[in-house]
Ligand binder design. Structure first.
Ligand SMILES: NC(=O)C1=CN([C@@H]2O[C@H](COP(=O)(O)OP(=O)(O)OC[C@H]3O[C@@H](n4cnc5c(N)ncnc54)[C@H](OP(=O)(O)O)[C@@H]3O)[C@@H](O)[C@H]2O)C=CC1
Ligand SMILES: O=C1O[C@H](COP(=O)(O)O)[C@@H](O)[C@H](O)[C@H]1O
Length: 605
């Protein structure tokens, strides 16, 4: 057997912190022989498990090098003895991986006292859209990939009258298996559904949460109880639910964490008030503010791209980069969510969180380490170096009805839940600036819109012109066409490509713009996990790197609050654009003001 290195602890239990020990099943002396105590602590990225091993004194020799073995033999990880080498020395702080065995059912988790622990995940608002669409499917995917611990229970909680069977029926309709790994799919679904339960209750009832607590305890069966609550409910009831869950259903002997969905307020004041209220019942460490864009594969890859490749970092500044564009578009309107959306608008819905988070990761300085706090410190720094958005640097739009091919597409105000005189923007373009040495003068252009011609999220990095004029005559009159552009396509069709100038093969000297293309579907056969899978697993593991800290949130709101207030106070009328179009023409004037063009409007977008 050999040491194996893996990228995620799937088929291995998740773990909270270095204060927990993991044993593959009970720490039976007969099975483990010389192994006295095995403590895993997460590496900075938590994608690996680092093993610290203590062996019984008489076993502290090279011969006793087996590190971990699951009782049923499904998972085994060991390090072969190496002559004249002390295994303790070798293994201490070494990254120990875990095999990903299909037979594995997850491993049992033990706390420091050797007690087995369990995780209960309660989806508050289980009857809702997000729960059905994202949360339950993500939990199933984690189960399917053996990422959940052996002992876990999932509870749905909402006011709707449902039985366990109703919940299972509802959930089963949205579950799918990985297309690249379909084995035992229906069995796995059955097994998963058996672990799902439902408790009906009011969000502001301590008693209803106390009933939930009793049910959770039954499932936890005396194990160390770790509890995760996912608030998948409208924001106006966050505090009621947090209050009741923390008072009546907190864990008595394990951790209790709460995932809070956006929106985190609608401006600096309401966000600060929400944080203050949450902190009446929870510590900051217990609050996991989710921004699901941080869980997207290509957003997660941004730091890898920047900091693990020599070629990018030297170019990553005002010296070579002319503009950075963060583009989000959807080819559908607010269908069904108009009631929520009208109170927020596209700037709060997408820019202040998803796009700004990407910007922060893109522009931050190198963090001291990959630890959550080091990364979040750098993000806060860059956010605090930014200029608050100015009204003249914003263009807003709202989609109107449009007929195409005999189909009539509704306008935003045709939604019955939206007031007819609503000025809420469904599109916005903005130019933001970071006043630090690295980015001085570089426009960070953001564009986000609903009911546009395409669904897409991407980062476009436009480089400066090549100095000198060696090939200028080959480029023709439009030099912009010839500048390099790095495109990080977050979705759909995840890809990273670099536009370069290339000689068209042949006897002449003709240049064209071609792509060095890393298209994920062609390069990697594995299906890309949904963002919610990564984030749920991180929350279970206690990994905060991809969650928003309260000071980050304050810094983010500080950038947008003044302009949001101004837009509302001055009742700025949005530019109307037809459903399915490319959005208001004003966004082009905004880009032109900074001498750039939107990269997604070119011929080879
Ligand atoms: N849906 C999405 O795509 C996204 C949603 N979010 C956020 O996630 C959270 C949940 O979203 P979503 O599932 O769409 O929300 P829903 O509107 O579907 O609400 C979820 C559940 O909350 C209960 N509920 C709804 N309105 C009220 C109310 N006024 N008072 C008390 N309970 C109510 C309902 O359950 P019951 O009646 O059974 O109690 C409902 O099933 C929100 O904070 C949203 O902003 C974030 C990103 C995307
Ligand atoms: O947070 C939100 O995100 C979705 C878009 O998410 P995606 O993962 O499908 O790109 C957006 O539709 C919604 O308005 C917003 O609240």
């Amino acid at each position: 057997m050999a040491t194996l290195y893996s990228t995620r602890c799937c088929s291995h239990p998740s773990l909270q912190s270095s204060s927990q020990s993991y044993h593959p099943h009970a720490p039976s002396p007969s099975k483990f022989g010389h192994l006295q105590h095995l403590t895993f602590s997460s590496s900075p990225s938590k994608r690996f498990l680092a093993a610290k091993v203590s062996l019984q004194s008489q076993s502290d020799s090279p011969q006793n090098a087996v590190i971990m073995q699951q009782q049923d033999g499904a998972v085994a990880t060991s390090v072969p003895p190496v002559k004249n080498e002390n295994p303790l020395k070798r293994l201490k702080d070494e990254i120990l991986s875990v095999t990903s065995s299909e037979e594995s059912e997850g491993l049992a988790v033990f706390d420091n006292n050797g007690n087995e622990s369990t995780v209960s995940i309660t989806v508050v608002g289980a009857s809702g859209d997000l729960a059905k669409k994202k949360i339950f499917p993500a939990l199933f995917a984690l189960y399917y990939e053996d990422c959940l611990p052996k002992h876990f229970t999932i509870y749905g909680y909402a006011r709707s009258k449902m039985t366990d069977a109703d919940l299972r029926n509802m959930v089963s309709k949205t579950l799918t298996c990985r297309i690249d790994k379909r084995e035992n799919c229906s069995e796995k679904m059955e097994e998963f559904l058996k672990r799902c339960f439902y408790h009906p209750g009011q969000y502001d009832s301590e008693e209803n949460f106390a009933e939930l607590d009793r049910k959770l305890k039954e499932h936890e069966g005396g194990r160390t109880a770790n509890r995760l609550f996912y608030l998948s409910i409208p924001p106006n009831i966050f505090i009621d639910a947090v209050k009741c869950a923390s008072i009546s259903a907190s864990s008595g002997n394990g951790w209790t964490r709460v995932i809070v969905e956006k929106p985190f307020g609608r401006d600096s004041e309401s966000s600060a008030a929400l944080t203050k209220s949450l902190k009446q019942y929870l510590t900051e460490d217990q609050i996991f503010r989710i921004d699901h864009y941080l869980g997207k594969e290509l957003v997660e890859n941004l730091s890898v791209l920047r900091f693990s490749n020599l070629i990018f970092e030297p170019l990553w500044s005002r010296q070579y980069i002319r503009s950075v564009q963060l583009i989000f578009s959807e080819d559908f309107g607010t269908e069904g969510r108009g009631g929520y959306f009208d109170n927020y608008g596209i700037i709060r819905d997408i820019m202040q969180n998803h796009l700004l988070q990407i910007l922060a990761l893109f522009a931050m300085e190198t963090p001291v380490s990959l630890d959550a706090e080091d990364i979040r410190n750098e993000k806060v720094k860059v956010l605090r170096s930014m200029r608050p958005l100015q009204l003249e640097d914003v263009v807003i739009g709202q989609y109107k009805s449009h007929s195409k091919g005999g189909v009539n597409y509704p306008g935003y105000i045709d939604d019955k839940t939206v007031p007819k005189d609503s000025l809420t923007p469904t599109f916005a373009a903005a130019a933001l600036f970071i006043d630090n040495a690295r980015w001085d003068g570089v426009p960070f252009l953001m564009k986000a819109g609903k009911a546009l011609h395409t669904k897409r999220a991407e980062i476009r990095v436009q480089f400066r012109h090549v100095p000198g004029n060696l090939y200028n005559r080959n480029f023709g009159t439009d030099l912009d066409q010839a500048t390099n552009e790095l495109v990080i396509r977050v979705q759909p069709g995840e890809a990273i490509y670099l536009k370069i100038n290339n000689k068209v093969p042949g006897l002449g000297m003709r240049l064209d713009s071609s792509h060095l293309n890393l298209h994920y579907a062609a390069r990697y056969s594995k299906e890309i996990p949904d963002a919610y899978e990564r984030l749920l697993l991180d929350a279970i593991e206690g990994e905060r790197r991809l969650f928003i800290r309260s000071d980050e949130l304050d810094a983010a709101w500080a950038l947008f609050t003044p302009v949001l207030k101004e837009l509302e106070e001055k009742k700025i009328i949005p530019e109307y654009y037809p459903y399915g179009s490319r959005g208001p023409v004003g966004s082009h004037y905004l880009a032109a003001r900074y001498n750039v063009r939107w990269g997604d409007n070119g011929v080879d977008e």
